[in-house]
Write a protein that binds this ligand. Structure first.
Ligand code: ZN
Ligand code: ZN
Length: 340
């Protein structure tokens, strides 16, 4: 199993020379089980570069997604709206490329399919969806599994924000199809992978996921409220992380920031270490970095976290970075690509 990070930032995308090494895109991670389409975790702005890679056929290094060879796109991904407007042959609404029969990416056989697991509906986890080039392809399909919100389905919630005047078009107007599925606690299968789903403490209904396949397990708790005592761990969280080969965990705030933002829904690197150690996990990836933290500060945070006594019970503590790849294998989970 390979885990790839396309967006590791929390709250708001950011960009500067000081955010270059860890990256500024918001939550989006893929879990690639051998021989299967990648499972997508969250739909933050990292979903856009992932989509460009999928269309280029290099996402899994095979050029094959779900049995279908994916046609290449022009360098840099989808063409800009102005180019298409000049060509006068594709549909453009505002700055959104809606695709068309002669799209650069529409030369394949169609029928591609992807599965996404959505932790919750906060903007930083959803905003990449309309910018995911594959769902602009006729015949392509994205199934999104996520939590209903206070009696409303996730489709109802998304339809309230992906529409004019917030966005030029609605999801149903895209050429590909996006199908939303409400999920609660339990288990589902995606190919040969088993996905365990539990509610985790955050702000609003939020899920954590665990993916088991090929004898290894990855737990994903992107947004997770640490308790004030920094000691208790919710039973659902322990279940998800129990003996996991890799835990990807909220580590947004420093200890000082947490004091001021103790009920904002997030954790510290120290609490992430505590959760992983209590659960008997192996590797920990600190995730959902605060936009106010530059690369050097994240370096320091991971150093301090890795030096905590509880970290000795883990094989490795790293800070997730865009383009990072982790090879998850029984007994030998390791970084393939660190940060830039
Ligand atoms: Zn978030
Ligand atoms: Zn959130």
């Amino acid at each position: 199993m390979h885990v790839r990070f396309f967006g590791v930032r929390g709250s708001c995308p950011c960009s500067s020379d000081e955010h270059r090494r860890y990256g500024g895109n918001t939550s989006c991670v893929t879990v690639e089980v051998d021989g299967q389409e990648p499972i997508i975790l969250d739909l933050g702005t990292g979903l856009r570069p992932l989509g460009v890679e999928l269309l280029a056929g290099i996402g899994a290094g095979t050029g094959v997604v779900n049995g279908a060879r994916v046609a290449p796109v022009t360098p840099g991904g989808a063409p800009g709206a102005s180019e298409l407007q000049e060509a006068g042959r594709n549909r453009v609404a505002g700055d959104v490329w809606l695709g068309g029969a002669d799209d650069p990416g529409a030369g394949g056989p169609g029928g591609e399919h992807w599965t996404a697991l959505l932790t919750h509906l906060h903007w930083d986890h959803l905003i990449g969806l309309p910018f995911f080039p594959p769902v602009l392809r006729p015949g392509a399909k994205l199934d999104v599994y996520g939590p209903p919100q206070e009696g409303r389905s996730i489709q109802e919630v998304v339809d309230q924000v992906v529409k004019p005047p917030f966005f030029p078009v609605q999801v149903e107007e895209l050429h590909g199809s996006v199908v939303f599925h409400d999920v609660a606690e339990g288990q589902m299968t995606v190919g040969s992978a088993t996905v365990s789903i539990r509610q985790v403490p955050h702000v609003g209904t939020t899920l954590g996921f665990r993916i088991d396949a090929g004898g290894v397990a990855v737990a994903y708790l992107s947004d997770h409220q640490a308790p004030l005592d920094m000691a208790a761990v919710a039973p659902a969280v322990l279940e998800l992380c129990d003996g996991a080969d890799l835990v990807i965990h909220d580590a947004q705030y420093t200890e000082q920031e947490f004091v001021a933002k103790a009920d904002w829904g997030h954790s510290t690197p120290a609490y992430a270490v505590h959760v992983a150690a209590e659960a008997g996990a192996r590797m920990l990836a600190l995730f959902h970095h605060d936009p106010m933290h530059d690369d050097d500060q994240i370096d320091r945070l991971v150093e301090v976290a890795a030096a905590r006594p509880e970290a000795a019970r883990l094989t490795q503590v790293v800070a997730a970075a865009e383009q990072m790849v982790v090879d998850v294998r029984p007994g030998s989970t390791s970084l393939v690509v660190a940060n830039r």
